[in-house]
Ligand binder design. Structure first.
Ligand code: NAP
Ligand code: G4F
Length: 457
């Protein structure tokens, strides 16, 4: 007697005709069985001899277990840093791919879930596929117990103190969260015996290249970190490689270059610029203060970059990949591009801390179509009076700067088949469109006498 149940549980072959008939019936009924007692009653209900009944019982149990597996065949992902820019986009993306998504969020004195509120599911809901857990990367026991509870197929370690300038103010905390935090995740997976089951994505960064040794930077370019953040991330990078080599874990690094979006943190330079220009255009702010405007970054859209994270974990073999656009642009040019989107030509005069940006030309048609007419006169006046809209504040200079980043995404293109959909002007347009809307809303509130946020950090 022989019975073969295929992997996808759709076909069932047996050399015994009688058993074959029963098995077919079993497969037909499979979806109705909710526990093993029901299987037993089902067998009693169909008149068959004892031996066949025993064999059938055995296979029914196998099928029942398969059914359980089938029911829970959704992949389960755990995202640390779920409340951040990338965590929010990645959650949406994995949910659209039918994952069960678990996220670790920090306890805060006020709500910190603004970026994921639209996908939040009430804990009282049945069959949730988006579940949040309290946690912190600096707490080993917490990390271990969340991983034990979730038993994830994939972990995306996105949590970090991610601001380069702030890492000079909080170097020890940054090392703890960004460096040791990565170790805590790897070690928890190892100690819990999940080495074979759980794949790990580590959010590495182009900041590792720091004082760049080569242009453009690829997976083979030596690292030269230039901030406590980058040094902490260097540890995260190498401990991921080490656990992969030492324990055969499916652990990979995505070396992601700067990626931005309408939900980028407000103190990163791109978002600071798109918010400020929107406010200046609406007459809500006079000056945008920046630090080093000569540094260059390879900017992409976060929506494209989270697709790469997922692709990296779908590869048979773990590996490290540069994710970038290959195009580098200065901060100054980003300001110009954001200005162009609303019909402002921004030109710069002076050097060093004395440098200033002015509106040298105004395209009124573009301005009114994007911003409206209400503040047109105000902007005309800024042009006529040659009033600066951008100035330098040395408090934004960094003790050690990363002057130029430009990635070479060739390997990701070839191996992952990854290609960005947004170029820089599409990214700027997306951010400006969103921030104009936001600032119009705030302007309306302000006019109505309500207090609004101050974004001048
Ligand atoms: P982000 O917006 O700053 O989000 C960081 C997330 O980490 C937030 O959810 C934050 O929680 C959480 N977090 C911070 N410290 C934590 C701790 N000790 N324990 C638990 N959670 C903690 O960063 P992102 O832009 O999404 O970047 C995601 C990851 O990619 C980060 O690791 C970053 O360093 C790295 N990366 C980013 C870029 C980029 O250009 N965006 C490029 C390369 C690498 P709160 O919301 O409570 O603050
Ligand atoms: O926007 P930023 O703060 O990003 P930075 O330092 O490149 O770091 C970001 O990208 C990394 C990937 O390379 C991530 F790993 C990291 O987590 C983060 O997401 O600064 C970009 C450049 C710097 O050269 C900075 O000096 O802009 C310059 N800059 C000039 N004025 C400014 C400002 N940066 C900020 N944040 N604020 C300014 O006023």
């Amino acid at each position: 007697m022989c019975l073969i149940v295929s992997d996808d549980n759709k076909s069932c072959l047996t050399r015994d005709a009688h058993l074959s008939k029963i098995c077919l019936e079993i497969l037909t009924h499979l979806t109705y069985f909710n526990n093993q007692a029901q299987i037993y009653y089902f067998l009693n209900g169909i008149g068959i001899n004892r031996l066949v009944k025993l064999v059938s019982l055995f296979w029914l149990n196998v099928l029942y277990l398969q059914k359980l597996k089938l029911c829970s065949m959704k992949k389960r992902a755990l995202i640390t840093g779920v409340t951040g820019q990338d965590g929010a986009y990645l959650s949406e993306y994995l949910l659209s791919k039918n994952y069960e998504v678990h996220g670790i969020k920090r306890r805060a004195s006020s709500f910190n879930t603004e970026r994921i509120d639209h996908i939040y599911q009430d804990p009282h809901m049945q069959d949730r596929d988006f579940i949040l857990h309290y946690g912190d990367l600096t707490d080993s026991m917490n990390i271990t117990s969340v991983i034990q509870e979730v038993q994830p197929d994939e972990i995306y370690n996105l949590a970090a103190m991610s601001h380069v300038k702030v890492s000079f103010d909080t170097p020890e905390y940054t090392a703890n969260a960004d460096g040791l935090g990565t170790l805590r995740i790897l070690e928890a997976v190892r100690l819990l015996g999940l080495t074979r089951k759980t794949r790990i994505y580590q959010a590495s960064t182009s900041e590792l290249y720091g004082l760049v040794q080569e242009i453009p930077q690829s997976e083979r370019t030596p690292f030269y970190p230039r901030s406590p953040y980058a040094v902490a991330k260097l540890y995260g990078y190498w401990i991921t490689v080490n656990y992969r080599e030492a324990y055969g874990m499916h652990a990979s690094n995505g070396i992601l270059f700067n990626h931005e979006s309408p939900i980028r943190g407000e103190t990163f330079v791109t978002r600071k610029i798109t918010m400020a220009l929107s406010r200046i255009a609406l007459g809500m702010q006079d000056l945008l203060y920046l630090g080093n405007m000569s540094s260059r970054r390879d900017w992409g859209h976060a929506k494209d970059y989270i697709r790469a994270m997922h692709l990296i974990l779908q590869q048979e073999k773990p590996d490290d990949y540069v994710i970038a656009t290959g195009v580098t642009t200065s901060i100054r040019d980003f300001v110009r591009m954001a200005g162009t989107y609303i019909g402002l030509e921004v030109s710069f005069e002076g050097t060093g801390p004395e440098e200033k940006g002015y509106i040298s030309d105004l395209d009124e048609k573009v301005f009114t179509s994007r911003i409206g007419e209400a503040s047109l006169e105000l902007v005309r006046e800024k042009v006529q009076r040659h009033k600066a809209i951008v100035a330098v504040d040395p408090q934004y200079f960094r003790p050690t700067e990363v002057d130029l980043l430009q990635g070479n995404p060739e390997k990701a293109r070839k191996v992952l088949g990854w290609q960005p959909e947004y170029d820089l002007s599409a990214l700027v347009a997306d951010m400006m469109e969103s921030d104009i809307l936001l600032m119009k809303k705030e302007h309306f509130l302000q006019e109505g006498g309500y207090r609004i946020k101050s974004y001048l950090e």
